[in-house]
Ligand binder design. Structure first.
Ligand code: SAH
Length: 331
């Protein structure tokens, strides 16, 4: 559906109707307008025709951890992937896609291999969250975090990503705090600059993956236009303006970016106390091999010795190809 048209539709209805409809959508998490109690029957029928909310999806459950992947069919038949990660402490994080395919073409990522097809609309982003929110409701659990780390480069679909975040954050909408929403970018500088001006306090994550331009350009072609220096300058300005933490993602690839010298070089880039590194295990996508856990430990210790804050990302859903960099939609 088109969420702007949806809101417009209610302009000719009594004032409270939009509120009732939004309560149905975002609180009661209805899957069909017929399920709402408060709306008149004629209106429900009209809404089902004009703004259907059913989501066509196939789900895959991981055997080794609490990860669920959904292959959601969009109106034009494209299928995108969304992942739900259920943490042991009852936190539930949803990894959403912002585009079908991706133009970044990072060497280690499966999404890049399929090329870029189109941006997702505001609603196509929001409904990924609603799909799993409805699922969680069955267990009396809720969505506690959203990360834009699925398919696509969120800052190349800036308006729709922010539009979706506004709906998800809106207290009359999905009502999730902005601090529980994170955007990860390959380093689109204009996006970083724009985000610094937003009132919403969403989290920023930067895919770094290499401590020097030569290697970074090989792994992430975008680095040829947006070099490390340019990205770090934009992040520095962002931090000056917002005083918010920034996460740098670093996927550990064996014999490519995991040496002790590279750890030292990386530490030198982490100049601000609001920066922290998130080490990610490389999820196989064909070309590279993941670093050994011993090497990750050595790498991490060097960073820590240099005073850099480091976290390590738990690997989710590898067996269902639902882990970082393994998402590839279907046409
Ligand atoms: N385009 C955005 C968000 C999508 S990917 C970005 O580049 O940040 C989310 C994270 O997963 C990024 O840090 C990305 O570099 C990482 N990633 C991609 N392929 C991966 C793989 N095979 N193993 C582990 N992480 C991967």
């Amino acid at each position: 559906m088109d969420f702007i048209q949806f809101k417009k539709f209610f302009e000719t209805e009594p004032k409270y109707r939009l509120g009732q409809a939004q309560t149905g959508l975002f609180r009661e998490l209805i899957g069909d307008w017929q399920e709402t109690k408060s709306l008149p029957a004629v209106l429900k029928e009209e809404l089902n025709k004009k703004f259907p909310i059913g989501i066509l999806a196939e789900t895959f459950e991981s055997k080794d951890d609490n990860t669920l992947k959904a292959l959601i069919t969009l109106e034009d038949g494209l299928k995108i992937e969304t992942v739900l990660m259920r943490h042991s402490d009852k936190r539930n994080t949803i990894c959403v896609s912002s585009q079908f395919g991706c133009a970044m073409n990072c060497a280690f990522c499966a999404t890049g291999k399929m090329g870029f097809k189109r941006n997702l609309t505001v609603w196509e982003i929001v409904e990924q969250v609603l799909f799993f929110a409805r699922h969680l409701k069955k267990f009396e659990e809720r969505v506690s975090g959203i990360v834009f780390m699925g398919m696509g480069e969120p800052f190349l679909n800036y308006e729709n990503v922010m539009g979706a975040i506004r709906v998800l954050n809106d207290k009359d909408g999905f009502n999730l705090g902005a601090r529980h929403i994170s955007i990860s970018t390959a380093g689109i500088i204009e996006g970083i600059e724009k985000l610094a001006e937003e009132k919403l306090q969403v989290n920023l994550a930067i895919s770094l993956h290499a401590p020097d331009n030569e290697l970074r350009s090989k792994l992430m072609p975008i680095n040829k236009n947006y070099s490390l220096e340019k990205v770090l300058k934009a992040v520095n300005d962002y931090v000056q303006k917002t005083k918010r933490k920034v996460m740098f993602e670093y996927v550990m690839i064996r014999d490519v970016n995991d040496s002790e010298e590279q750890a030292e070089a990386l530490a030198k880039l982490m100049k601000n106390y609001l920066y922290f590194i998130n080490l990610i295990s490389y999820n196989p996508t064909g070309i590279f091999k993941p670093s050994s856990s011993e090497q990750i430990k050595i790498f991490k210790e060097i960073l820590e010795k240099r005073g850099v804050a480091v976290t390590q990302r738990h690997r989710f859903g590898q067996d269902i190809e639902g882990a970082c960099g393994q998402l590839a939609g279907k046409e």
